[in-house]
Design a binder for this molecule. Sequence first.
Ligand code: FAD
Ligand code: SF4
Length: 495
Amino acid sequence: MSIKDPIKTRELEASIRINSFNEVVLGYTEEEALKEASRCIQCPDPTCVSGCPVGIDIKKFIYQITQKNYKGAYLTIREKNNFPSICGRVCPAEYQCRKNCIFTKKDAPFASEKAINIHFLERFIGDYGMSEIRKQKTDVGKQMSENKEKNKKLTSNIHNMLSKYKVAVVGSGPAGICCAGELARSGVKVVVFESLHKLGGVLSYGIPSFRLPRDILDFEINSLKKLGVEFVPNFLVGRIKSLEEFFEEGFVSIFLGLGAGTPSFLGIPGENLCNIYSANEFLTRINLMSAYKFPDFHTPINVGKSVVVIGGGNTAIDAARVSLRMQKLSKFRPNTTILYRRTEVEMPARRLEIHHAKEEGVQFQFLVQPIEFLPDENDYVKKVRCLKCELGEPDSSGRRRPVTIKDSEFNVDSDLAINAIGLNANRILTSVTPDLKIDKYGDIIVNKETMQTSIDGVFAGGDIVGGEGTVIEAMGMAKKASEAIIDYIIRKDIL
Ligand code: FAD
Ligand code: SF4
């Protein structure tokens, strides 16, 4: 079978884009989308669908693109995914749908370059839908933003009954806003409580705007507001109010989309030296608090001349690319290096972002394990002491385990270090809610079918359930939970 070459997307040139936080990937034009869609061979049994955590009918929406039926394609995607413009930009499709595309070799660690660019097509359609909704504001837009599948199932009587009830959603990340949207479309009143002053969870404080422009997130949040969802920012549930108090106030059910916002630390000497950030703090200061515009904005950030970022996931790549831009803005020579204890193949970050980081000048040192931070005379970090590693047997994640090599110490110069080795559950709420069962990592234990927690009426989804995952996985869990919450309300109403 001869495979046509994939259609690349337009991108800002690396030397230009590192001077700003403008979006890097510019997406397909209509002509490009049509060409890429025409590469899909419409397999009788499309394997890509099983790779998508929410099971979008990929074959159908790509066919609809080839027929220029963009509205149909939008509705097809929206049956399963409420935020195609977001997922089309951030989904690690090379590990999900594209990895299962027929053009990827079986057992390959990630998608082949020849695999259909499903995510770019989804982005094209998501952006088309967004622009139609913005333009028309009325019928077509309304029709498009409805979840047709759900509305077909719900009779108007049930819709009216559901509108008597209100549900509290804790957290405004992908899980929280997805659950809120599903419930609101079914008629339920929803109030979302968010501890930060801005909404969106990682989409807002973690992922930089050069990957996900904020007007897209704002559009989605505003659409939810138009549906009647109420948002209460600056509200830390567990401190300001307990779950019990929500029930006392008349909320019939609660969804917990708390995420995994607590950084892991290396636990090595010198970790408390000045100029060592967790990636979460570094990214939050810049993305959420506009520290790159200090002093026009109140929050400052230190910029290093020689920065190391420790880790190999999306967070590490984001932190490194942001650091590089901060160095450019500060008129320093860009000098940011990622230290990772395995090799590039084992890096969990999106392949596209690794490629972009390299293009922009981020340097990589593989098979390196930091063992100590060394100070200067003012207790600022000056060097990172490391050991070389080699790959051993696979661990529980299936990736080959890094094994340190004896007597292989060496130092890396660094006046600012960013720790991006992983994120864990935040225990603020769970620690004051003893009836809420958690596992040894602090993740909330749920019934995987319904996302019901150990407390009656309380459901959970997203990173607080499975640990660090992906945006679409969080949304998939939230969708499942929203269905279970509706069943729960219906049962409550009947009894
Ligand atoms: P979150 O997005 O973490 O949202 C949880 C929200 O709950 C937060 O806003 C938090 O403030 C709030 N909250 C927590 N506790 C309380 C409380 N007690 N009261 C009130 N509010 C509370 N995934 C991808 O698919 N693609 C990517 O490219 C990608 N890049 C990433 C880059 C970074 C830097 C990071 C950190 C993660 C990335 N991920 C990516 C992972 C993805 O963002 C997460 O899997 C996803 O955001 C999880 O969604 P969530 O709603 O469960 O949690
Ligand atoms: Fe692929 Fe993500 Fe779209 Fe699913 S949501 S089809 S995994 S890009």
